[in-house]
Structures are given as C-alpha cells and as structure tokens.
Design a protein around this ligand. Structure first.
Ligand SMILES: C[S@@+](CC[C@H](N)C(=O)[O-])C[C@H]1O[C@@H](n2cnc3c(N)ncnc32)[C@H](O)[C@@H]1O
Length: 414
C-alpha cells in the first residue's frame, strides 16, 4: 500500500470501499471479495480496501474492538505495542509527575501515542516513514484523540528533546525481511536513542526483552513486562522517570531491575542486598515453582525463592523447589508427584501406570524436542499431568507434577 492509496481510503469513496471490503472479508472468499470490490471501485482502491480490511481483522487480537476503527500497515501492526502494555507505561509517566508534553519519536501506527493520550497526556508524535505517520494520524482521528496528539513525518534526531517534558522512543527492531536483535541495528541505533532520551528530564525507551544488560545506562531502571504470563517487552526508564527505588548498592548491578505483571500491575524490584542473595541449591522438594518470565529476565528468581523458603534445582535454571506450603503470585506452583532421571522408556512407563492421556510438557535446560516426545509417549488414559524436563546436577530429569491445591500461606514480596 502506498501513501496515495491510503489517503484515498480516508475519502468518502474510500470509506465506502472499506465498508464493502469488511463485509466481503468476513465471508472468507478472497477471490469473490476482490472481484466484487473491483466491480464497484478502481483496482488500486479495491486492493487497498481489501488489505486494510484484512489487517483490521488480524488486529482484533491485539487491539480488540478499536481495531475496527483503526488503520494499519503490516509492519506497523506487527511492531505496535499491545494497548495493555502501552497503558501501563502511560500511567507510569502520569504518576511520575503531572506532565503535559510527551514526544513520541518513533510513533509507528500510534500504539503508544494513543494510550499516552488516553492517559491525558499531550503527545507530539513523529515517524520518519510518511505512510506510517499518515496511518498514525488517521488512528488518532478515528479514536477521537486529535486534540491531544499531533503527528508529523520527521527523523527522530530532528526533534529537540529538551522542548518536551518526556521523551518516549520505540526504535524499529525489524527490517522488511527480518527481526533485528543487535541493539546497534535498531533504527535509530540504541546508543543514539539513549543519547536523545538522556537530553530530556524523563525518558522511556522500549527495547527487546533479551537486551544485553551492558546497554542499560548506570542509574537507569530496566523494567521487564509480562502480559498473561508471557514476557512482552522491556523498557529503559531514565532521568526522573526511573525509580523511585534505588539499585542495590555495592553489586554488579548499576541499574534498578523491575518485573511487572499485567494485567494485575504487580511489580517487583530487586530488594536491598538482593543480588548478593545466592540462592540455595538442593534436590526436588514437595513443590515446584515456575517463576514469571519478567522476574526471570529481571534476575529476581533468588528473591522469589527466598520468599517461598525455596531453593533452586540447578544454579543456572529458573525452577524453584521447596517443601513449605507457600504460594506466590510470581510463580506457577505445582505439587511434585514423582522425580526420575529422564528416559523415554521410563517416562512412558510411569505415565502408563498413572493412566495419563494428557500431558502439559514444560522444559528448561533440556534439549528434548517436546513435540517429538509427545508423539513418542503414545499416551492414553483418563488422567492429566504436567511433566517438567530439566537438569539437576548436569543430568536430565523428569518431574511429574500436578497443579498444587491452594496454599496455606502467601509469600511476602512487594
Ligand atoms: C517499533 S515501531 C513503533 C511502534 C509504536 N510504538 C506503536 O506502538 O505503534 C518503530 C517506528 O520507528 C520508525 N523509525 C525508525 N527509525 C526512525 C528514525 N530515525 N526517526 C523516526 N522514526 C523512525 C519506523 O518507521 C517505525 O514505524
């Protein structure tokens, strides 16, 4: 889709084509849809309307009911921040201070700008790609936010960060062909984005959850966010938006680490002395805990283990085990029914004996191909079980687990 075709979509003729395309796409016959649209509209407009209607259908999973009114490009949809995560960040910015002006320097189709505005902030949004900026502008209009958000086509580097209270930057981490992992290949490259952000009084940069820690500046905060148990992204908070907690002193961590779970909004930071807390290592106990991915990325597993009176099965693997009946929101909790050195034959026999027809297979520190194992187990039976494949003292093990009953105690972690 090019810019002219997109702008044509916003005219009354384009809106009529889009309405027709939405109706045709829901019938799920692509050839008939294209033919019918071309009968009533020029080929370019018909193609743009069909593309947009398909993107809106795909966007429902991320944007819910808003998707029906929004506009997308394939890349823009892929890279857009999920509204729940964008809203969490926007509320942190509002809570950081009563600010009025945020510069969103890589706005994409507007996923973050929309939630910043919905949180009551004024947003100056730019994207260097004219089509993407036009899509963001159309989204802001469609969602009734144009009084709060101004969208322009510009290079991030051309905006003076000092003219805004807060700078938000979500650099592109994808070329048209692939995802980019090296922070030097982000657009703009992460060090450039950090330099722009550092010029503002407060700033936030969205980054990949796997960002090497060496890229997080001293005194900043790195926050990892999970949504419904899946790690979605990380953000670096700078200036007066970092904190208010401080990084543990006298350790190798010169920045604050935070894990946040959505939708609950529960948040956990490294407590005083937390990074000196060497977790105990020990054999499987009555319970197994699988920590939330955000807490794993934020290196807070030892804190969670301490809070449940637990220990690690292996120093490098994020499974906690313990004997006390303690629950924590920061980890899924299982009761361990049986522990065995891993072998297909032995596992198959154990599952047969327990008449297990359905297994949830989990692994950490195991090279086993889960789908192949599932086939090879040839399960049958009434019961279901969770099988955890992991390493204990360098040897592969299988732990047969059930979901634990409600615990008598709750861990105290804030
Ligand atoms: C990850 S997307 C932003 C997604 C956005 N936060 C959202 O939720 O919709 C990154 C955007 O940055 C834009 N971009 C890349 N380099 C840029 C630069 N130097 N200046 C301005 N925009 C840039 C890309 O065109 C892309 O649309």
């Amino acid at each position: 889709m090019n810019l002219d075709a997109f702008l044509e979509l916003l005219t009354s003729r384009g809106q009529a084509a889009l309405a027709m395309a939405a109706e045709l796409v829901s019938r799920d016959d692509p050839v008939a849809a294209a033919t019918a649209l071309r009968r009533d509209h020029p080929a370019d407009l018909a193609a743009a309307a069909l593309t947009q209607a398909r993107l809106r259908a795909r966007a429902q999973a991320k944007f819910g009911p808003d998707a029906e009114r929004m506009y997308f490009t394939p890349d823009g949809l892929e890279q857009a921040t999920r509204p729940e995560v964008a809203a969490h960040r926007a509320h942190r910015i509002v809570a950081g201070a009563a600010r009025v002006s945020v510069a969103d320097l890589c706005c994409g189709i507007g996923g973050d700008a929309i939630e910043l505005a919905r949180a009551g902030l004024g947003v100056a949004a730019v994207d260097r790609d004219p089509l993407t900026a036009a899509v963001a502008r159309a989204n802001v209009d469609a969602l009734g936010l144009s009084a709060l958000v101004q969208v322009g086509t510009a290079e991030a580097g051309s905006v003076d960060p000092r003219r805004h209270d807060v700078v938000f930057l979500d650099p592109a981490r994808r070329t048209s062909a692939r995802r980019v992992f090296d922070p030097m290949s982000y657009s703009p490259p992460l060090p450039d984005a950090l330099a722009m952000a550092a010029a503002a009084r407060g700033a936030c940069l969205k980054v990949a959850p796997g960002l090497p820690y060496t890229f997080v500046p001293d005194g900043a905060e790195a926050e990892w966010v999970s949504h419904r148990g899946e790690v979605k992204e990380a953000a670096i908070w700078l200036g007066d938006l970092a904190g208010p907690e401080t990084a543990p002193e006298g350790t190798e961590w010169p920045f604050l680490r935070r894990a946040t779970m959505l939708p609950s909004g529960m948040t956990l930071t490294a407590g005083p002395g937390s990074s000196e807390q060497i977790p105990q290592i020990g054999p499987p106990g009555r319970f197994l805990y699988e920590p939330d991915g955000a807490a794993i990325r934020a290196h807070l597993v030892a804190d969670i283990a301490a809070s449940v009176g637990g220990r690690l099965l292996d120093p490098r693997i994020a499974y906690i085990t313990g004997d006390e009946d303690v629950a924590t929101p920061w980890a899924a909790r299982y009761e361990v029914a049986e522990v065995m050195p891993f072998s297909l034959k032995r596992l198959r026999a154990a599952l047969r004996e327990r008449q297990v027809g359905t297994v949830t297979l989990k692994k950490r520190g195991s090279a086993v191909d889960i789908e192949r194992l599932r086939r090879d187990l040839r399960l049958s039976g009434e019961n279901s079980l969770t099988v955890v494949l992991t390493r204990i003292a360098e040897k592969p093990f299988a732990l047969l687990c059930t979901a634990a009953a409600p615990a008598k105690h709750a861990a105290s972690l804030t």
